[in-house]
Design a binder for this molecule. Structure first.
Ligand SMILES: Nc1ncnc2c1ncn2[C@@H]1O[C@H](COP(=O)(O)OP(=O)(O)O)[C@@H](O)[C@H]1O
Ligand SMILES: [Mg+2]
Length: 264
């Protein structure tokens, strides 16, 4: 598991993040490091704090304490807009696609293009949106018709559309909260293939997943959370199911140095 002298080059460092909801401590002093161009899986039992942690990075939740650095700079992640401006896009756990709209309409939802100089006429530029959506899906090798209504797509295809939305703005970092959890084997396979291609395009990815096969297939490293605390980081290629489960259930072994994870 020793990566030797290879540079770590973190693109995101979240340090000592704490978030409470009344009596509930959702996160306590959690640290997460995302390295440039890696797929970092975030694992943990239900209620471990996975969604809360990535919402802090996406600007959807304000932590009570802790710092977030992007490209070495401390940032105030005060809104989703700030996160997007920094090149961070997110697909949240509750799949946000509108069934009654087409694939193109979903990809552009909330950022429709208007026609005329500078969108002056306020008329939706449907053909340009359709063209861009088609281009995007082709580039990502997603075999879905952009004029199809999303309600006619399979669960896996909907997830692919939801992920494509995040790629419209050419982000540096994409966070996906349980993108494969509700999918068939085939649907999950297509999403995992897309994650491979996104990584090949240079994107740094945080993948929240419960599925240990998916984690082992996709992740370079695995960050584990246990009841809102940091349960350590393991190497994605060599980690065993047992090791992940042990930490999900019992947290970080006390023998492990506080400041240095298993993969350093
Ligand atoms: N908006 C909220 N209000 C109150 N409690 C919350 C809220 N969001 C999350 N929690 C609590 O914080 C803890 C972590 O939740 P969450 O981040 O959703 O975990 P995970 O995604 O790992 O299942 C849980 O105990 C959950 O009930
Ligand atoms: Mg969650």
């Amino acid at each position: 598991m020793d990566e030797g002298t290879q540079g770590h080059d973190p693109i995101v460092v979240m340090e000592d993040i704490t978030k409470r909801y009344g009596e509930v401590v959702a996160l306590e002093d959690v640290t997460l490091e995302l390295r440039r161009n890696e797929v970092l899986a975030l694992a943990g039992d239900n209620g471990a704090g996975k969604s809360t942690l990535i919402k802090c990075l996406a600007g959807a939740v304000r932590p009570d304490d802790g710092t977030i650095r992007v490209d070495g700079e401390v940032v105030e992640m005060d809104s989703p807009r700030t996160a997007k401006r920094l090149g961070i896009e997110t697909t949240f756990q509750d799949l946000a696609v509108a069934g009654n709209l087409t694939v193109t309409q979903n990809v552009f939802l909330g950022r429709e293009r208007a026609s005329g100089p500078g969108g002056l006429f306020g008329i939706l530029d449907k053909s340009s949106m359709r063209r861009r959506a088609r281009e995007l899906l082709e580039e990502l090798e997603i075999g879905v018709d952009v004029e199809e209504k999303v309600s006619n797509l399979s669960g896996g295809e909907r997830q692919l559309v939801s992920i494509s939305r995040t790629l419209l703005s050419d982000p540096k970092i994409v966070i996906m909260d349980e993108p494969t959890s509700a999918l068939s084997v085939e649907g999950a396979e297509r999403v995992l293939d897309l994650i491979d291609r996104m990584q090949a395009q240079g994107i740094s990815i945080i993948l929240i997943s419960h599925n240990l096969d998916h984690i082992r297939r996709a992740a370079d490293r695995v960050q584990i959370l246990h009841q809102g605390t940091d349960a350590g980081v393991l190497d994605g290629a060599t980690v065993t199911q047992d090791e992940i489960v042990k930490r999900m259930v019992a947290g970080k072994p006390s023998s492990e140095d506080e400041r240095h994870a298993a993969v350093d």
